[in-house]
Design a protein around this ligand. Structure first.
Ligand code: PLP
Length: 375
């Protein structure tokens, strides 16, 4: 039987077994509603409280600044719609954001807010200078992602945030790809809003959080009960919340080792590709998110490479996971000015903490067969 080589960790990650173990009681015997005052409900409530404390500690926030959501898409929608519609003036974002941000911006544009798009450099970076050109005192919100999901590029968030504050704008960052993979300190970055999603850091799917800095008034995202300080109604996903906290805590505790391991695999992959004379161009820059590697193969078709690797039991992506049904050229590759011929021949390999050297060698062997025709 073919063993699976999973190299699409930017799409989703394998659940940490300790997270699964911690979730199990809340999917079975401890099924109480965290909002009920009796002892059985309090078990769930105290688990949610502990998880909130853990998550806050992982990003140097206060527990009261963590709001549980259903994931990255919801967190982005909430941040953009609630902050961007405060005065319905102007929001600035970048051309390389995830569609959860871009389409939320289109929505608020329909309600009358002006949306401006910052261009990225050819290596996929949003520079403070490029933001400065757009900022004025009418700007309500600036939203720039912490790390790009297709290229792995890490943005100069601290500088972008300081510049936005100088003009009185709030700063949101979509940190969905970054949380649990690189150290994040919301206090030192001074950001106002940050989106995260558990399934990108070895937690369960369908759960995430929005960090909202103390003192920032956002309108509720879901109306109903009093959960999440009256801002996001709905019975808490206790198992998801608990699993997310364990997964994040484990990734943060091991962040140095995980980075070293994934970085080593990344270097090995690039060396082996070179050693076999597989012609390709790396997009983005080398010091991005560990393990996210965007490669363009001149004259080749990325979709065809993906499907042929799939036949070998290897999972990679051509771009953003949620765009797998969209065969158009990725908006990110377009935004960095990659020629169409290269963009069409692009795949994204994203390695994670559970990958091995053997996985890397299998990927390179697969590419060698497909790209060089060495069967
Ligand atoms: N933002 C970024 C940068 C992402 O990569 C993704 C998912 O790929 C999302 C947002 C959406 O997150 P979720 O799948 O949790 O809705």
């Amino acid at each position: 039987m073919k063993t699976l080589v999973y190299a699409d960790n930017a799409a989703t990650t394998k659940l940490d077994p300790f997270a699964l173990e911690a979730m199990m009681p809340f999917l079975s015997e401890s099924y109480g509603n965290a909002s009920q005052p009796y002892g059985f409900g309090l078990v769930a409530r105290s688990a949610v409280k502990n998880a909130r404390n853990t998550i806050a500690e992982c990003i140097n926030a206060e527990p009261s600044e963590i709001y549980f959501t259903s994931g990255g898409t919801e967190s982005d929608n909430w941040a953009i719609k609630a902050a961007g519609l405060r005065h319905s003036k102007r929001i600035i974002t970048s051309l390389i954001e995830h569609h959860a941000v871009l389409n939320s911006c289109l929505d608020i544009n329909r309600f009358g807010a002006l949306v401006s798009y910052i261009e990225a450099s050819s290596s996929g970076i949003i520079t403070p200078d490029s933001l400065d050109r757009f900022l004025d005192c009418d700007t309500d919100l600036v939203s720039v992602m912490l790390a790009n999901n297709e290229l792995g590029t890490i943005q100069p968030i601290k500088e972008l945030c300081a510049l936005s504050h100088e003009h009185g704008a709030l700063f949101h960052t979509d940190a969905v790809q970054a949380v649990g993979h690189i150290p994040i300190d919301v206090r030192s970055l001074d950001i106002d809003l940050l989106s995260a999603s558990a399934h990108k850091f070895n937690g369960p799917k369908g759960i995430g959080f929005l960090y909202i800095k103390k003192g920032i008034q956002l309108s509720p995202y879901l109306s109903g009960g009093a959960q999440e300080n009256h801002l996001r109604a709905g019975t808490e996903n206790v198992a998801g919340i608990v699993g997310m906290a364990v997964a994040l805590n484990n990734n943060i505790a091991e962040i140095g080792n995980n980075t070293e391991h994934v970085h080593h695999l990344e270097q090995r992959l690039l060396e082996e590709i070179k050693a076999r004379g597989i012609q390709c161009h790396r997009n983005g820059c080398n010091d991005g998110l560990p393990g996210v590697i965007s490669l363009s193969f001149p004259g080749k078709d990325g979709e065809a490479i993906l499907h042929r690797l799939d036949l070998m039991g290897i999972c990679v992506s051509t771009g953003a996971a949620c765009d797998s049904k969209n065969t158009q050229i990725s908006h990110v590759l377009k935004a960095i000015g990659l020629p169409e011929e290269l963009a069409k021949g692009t795949i994204r390999i994203s390695l994670g903490k559970y990958n091995t050297e053997d996985d890397v060698l299998k990927i390179v062997e697969g590419l060698n067969k497909i790209v060089n025709g060495n069967i």
